[in-house]
Design a protein around this ligand. Structure first.
Ligand SMILES: Nc1ncnc2c1ncn2[C@@H]1O[C@H](COP(=O)(O)OP(=O)(O)OP(=O)(O)O)[C@@H](O)[C@H]1O
Length: 800
């Protein structure tokens, strides 16, 4: 629609009116915020002046206490009011800039009038006109905008369904309060605006998609019925974007019961966390809690073990070559990630209820106070019907009591006397005050030397027993390390083989040997971390986060059956949204082409790769939605990348054209380096700012960096980086998961680098990071993942 259209004029007038109303409100709320700030400062300053402190008798103390309490409450309320005013102000300022992005005209069945609904990032109601000038995009009626073309339509409200007709659907581009463009749209939300948005340059932060959410994406954002929502979506289909919009939607819909603290997002790494960190604040919402699975493992196991991360595991896999232990490790990873291994763990824990628990001697000053055998005897004398974790608690109580008796006996030991004599002035003072706290009868204290010696010996022993008490309270008398090791020892084989519906892999003996060697070196391989923690929880009781009501797992294809089982127990009261793409499952444990899940369980037809999740939560509780439209890359890049997938995936490119991917052969690494530099210069000269050079491994990234940085500014990104800026970045492909760049250059796509079937998904993931340009360099022979493609899907770049 052009400026000459009469509708343009009307819309501009309305926009000006809304802007004025918002401006007026901005002034009002601004003043209110200022007043509240002043009041809060005054209250803070006069805090003690408003309180009469009197401590003469219990009544006065109580009065003083109540007065302090009341004054503190006043301060808390004032601060809350101030924050509210400040938030409203920020929201209004955002609205002033872009008040709305969409409109629908809706006639409700049975009513003559048509109402124009303008949709923006938040609602705006004007008291004077008693009118909603803007509706929040998450309001029930706004659903019409995302779900229906002009014609019959309906939406659900808490009181029931409303039917009617959408007479008009319009989109706006408004920037800094100015109308830039306007389109009347049909079936989908206007291609024009989406084209413009997708044609823009990549940023170092993800953008909100609220104005152009597509119907199939809206379905995911608003699905609130299922316990588990699984989204299997093609690369670039908007899974992450949708996940964040969904968080904003759920926080709006359940604003009385759900807030940012009740929602947790698990993302692949810190780099990704920082990439998405601005989306929710842009929408006026607080960020949910963000973490990575690795961070959780580190939190639980980091003090005891050197816990391997998934990237180190990945690097090993990518660089192992023909290392014979590599195949054992592969098999080990697959098995330890599977359902079968969960059954093994459950069966093993059940067995421990009858026999083979391993404890640690409780030692003090080199002597055994309570031996493993005593611990074991006590444990197996507890009523066998009591479950493992409860028995452990009973044991703890018993041990704490025993320790008291042992401490008494210890007081007469010669070392205690020596320690008493060595107490320095400070310690003596401390001992005295500790005793004073316990002994209210002051006169009895230090009644005579004998009494003093008694009290001091008690103090000394108690102090020295403190670490033991702590150990018992933390259940450190159980030897989890040895218990996990025991699983892999020869004598356990029979037991494991007897566990129902479980077959050990053929190379189980080799897996055992490898695992035991690693554990003996205090190395905890990534694949062992979750099972060890699971065993720990089966024995000690599961630690769970009951206040978390919604867990969102991005890149869910990278989680194994074992990890999902663990997550379910970690968040027992939580709904889950899982977003993933099986074609990007680059870790062995989750590779759906892998045999373990299928062979061991006889599972077939697991085309979406989430059968284990459905089994875990139940089919009735689970909904799977597929997204097949890819928005990130140009049509040419999507056609090229989807042809790499073995099963001929149904992936549809969004209608945006660009250059075909370019493939360039260099004679050797020197000439490859020169070509990459020339290409980078050419891309930058075109104004392309966000460029990633993706390699297979971290070492290769480092080598590429060393070659490039003397000639052109480049930044090396490693797994330890937490954020990145726009520019030329070099990183291994697995770190670029979830990210996107204007241009992607693949450093070396030769047959030597990418040939194994297991590397196909990694290669696909790397190529699908490109929005506008994909340039592939190689030496020697080209990887078969490209050479097997139809040559029309890419172009050869002859020379630079
Ligand atoms: N409805 C939409 N409107 C505008 N842009 C969109 C829309 N949906 C997706 N996009 C854009 O497409 C790109 C890819 O989105 P996103 O990263 O969420 O996809 P993804 O499915 O998580 O990708 P991947 O699995 O490959 O990491 C982003 O730039 C996003 O802004």
């Amino acid at each position: 629609m052009t400026m000459h259209d009469p509708a343009w004029n009307e819309e501009e007038q309305r926009l000006r009116r809304v802007a004025l109303l918002i401006k007026t409100r901005v002034n009002e709320v601004g003043q209110l915020a200022e007043q509240r700030l002043e009041t809060a400062i005054d209250t803070n300053r006069d805090f003690w002046a408003d309180i009469t402190v009197n401590m003469n008798n219990p009544d006065e103390i109580m009065e003083t206490y109540t007065s302090i309490n009341q004054q503190s409450m006043v301060m808390v309320n004032q601060e809350r009011d101030l924050l509210h005013a400040e938030d409203t102000l920020k929201q209004l300022l955002r609205l002033h800039d872009t008040p709305y992005f969409g409109r629908i005209d809706f006639t409700e069945s049975g009513y003559p009038d048509t109402e124009s609904i303008y949709i923006g990032t938040s609602s705006f109601f004007d008291d004077a006109t008693q009118q909603y000038w803007i509706y929040d995009w998450r309001a029930p009626i706004s659903n019409l905008f995302y779900d229906y073309p002009p014609g019959p339509a309906s939406y659900k409200t808490p009181t029931g369904q409303i039917d009617g007709t959408v007479e008009l659907k319009r989109q706006y581009v408004i920037r800094q309060g100015e109308m830039k463009a306007m389109f009347d749209t049909g079936i989908t939300i206007g291609d024009e605006i989406l084209q413009t948005m997708l044609g823009q340059s990549a940023d170092d932060r993800m953008k909100s998609i609220v104005a152009t959410i597509q119907k199939e994406q809206n379905q995911i954002i608003r699905d609130d019925r299922h316990q588990v929502l699984i989204v299997q979506g093609a690369a670039g289909s908007g899974k992450t974007s949708v996940a964040l919009q969904r968080v904003a939607y759920l926080m709006y819909k359940h604003r009385n019961t759900l807030n940012a603290d009740n929602m947790v997002l698990f993302s692949p790494n810190d780099l990704f966390n920082s990439y998405i960190s601005t989306v929710l604040p842009e929408l006026g919402e607080t960020n949910m809690q963000q973490t990575t699975y690795q961070q959780y493992l580190q939190f639980r196991l980091g003090s005891r073990y050197n816990v391997e991360d998934q990237y180190t595991q990945m690097e090993y896999r990518l660089t192992a070559g023909n290392d014979p232990s590599y195949f054992i490790r592969q098999s080990s990873i697959r098995f330890k990630s599977s359902h079968a291994f969960i059954r093994i763990m459950d069966g093993y824990a059940h067995h421990l209820e009858q026999a083979n628990m391993i404890f640690k001697d409780l030692r003090f000053r080199g002597k055994v106070l309570i031996s493993q055998q005593q611990l074991s005897d006590f444990f197996y004398h507890i009523d066998p019907s009591i479950k493992l974790s409860n028995r452990v608690q009973l044991m703890k109580d018993w041990l704490l009591k025993e320790l008291k008796t042992l401490a008494k006996a210890e007081r007469t030991e010669p070392w205690v006397k020596e320690a008493m004599e060595l107490l320095d002035k400070d310690e003596y003072q401390k001992a005295f005050s500790t005793m004073e706290e316990r002994n209210t009868d002051q006169e009895q204290l230090f009644y005579d030397a004998k009494q003093e010696a008694f009290l001091l010996s008690r103090y000394v022993v108690n102090q020295n027993f403190q670490p033991l008490r702590h150990k018992i309270k933390k259940l450190k008398f159980i030897n989890i390390h040895a218990l996990y090791k025991q699983l892999f020892q020869e004598h356990s084989r029979c037991l494991l083989e007897s566990i129902e519906a479980t077959a050990l892999p053929e190379d189980w003996d080799a897996i055992c040997l490898q695992t035991l060697t690693q554990l003996d070196n205090q190395q905890l391989a990534f694949e062992d971390a979750t099972p060890l923690l699971y065993l720990n929880e089966l024995i000690e009781g599961f630690q769970s986060y009951n206040t978390v009501r919604h867990v969102i797992i991005d890149e869910a294809q990278d989680y194994s059956a074992f990890q999902f089982t663990f997550m379910k127990r970690l968040f027992p009261r939580s709904k889950m949204t899982l977003l993933g793409d099986m074609n990007q499952a680059i870790y062995t444990s989750t590779d759906s082409s892998g045999p373990v899940e299928q062979n061991n369980q006889g599972t077939t037809g697991n085309q979406h790769g989430y059968n284990h999740v459905i089994e875990l939560f139940g089919a009735g509780q689970t909904n799977i939605i597929r997204l097949i439209r890819s928005y990130r890359s140009t049509r040419e890049i999507v056609e090229f990348t989807k042809a790499m997938l073995p099963n001929g995936e149904a992936i549809e490119p969004f209608n945006r054209n660009g250059e075909k991917p370019l493939v360039h052969r260099a004679d050797d690494l020197n000439s490859l380096t020169a070509s990459v530099i020339a290409d980078l210069n050419a891309l930058q000269a075109e104004g392309i700012q966000s460029i990633a050079i993706l390699t297979k491994t971290a070492e290769e990234s480092f080598l590429a960096y060393e070659r490039l940085y003397p000639s052109i500014p480049v930044s090396l990104i490693t797994k330890n980086d937490h954020s990145f800026e726009k520019g030329i970045l070099i990183m291994p492909a697995y770190l670029a998961k979830g990210l996107e760049f204007d241009a992607v250059l693949l450093w070396d796509a030769s047959h030597n680098q990418y040939d194994q079937e297991s590397e196909r998904k990694l290669f696909y993931t790397a190529c699908t990071r490109a929005m506008h340009r994909l340039h592939i360099f190689y030496t020697g022979e080209l990887t078969r993942f490209i050479s097997s493609l139809d040559t029309h899907t890419y172009k050869h770049l002859k020379s630079y």
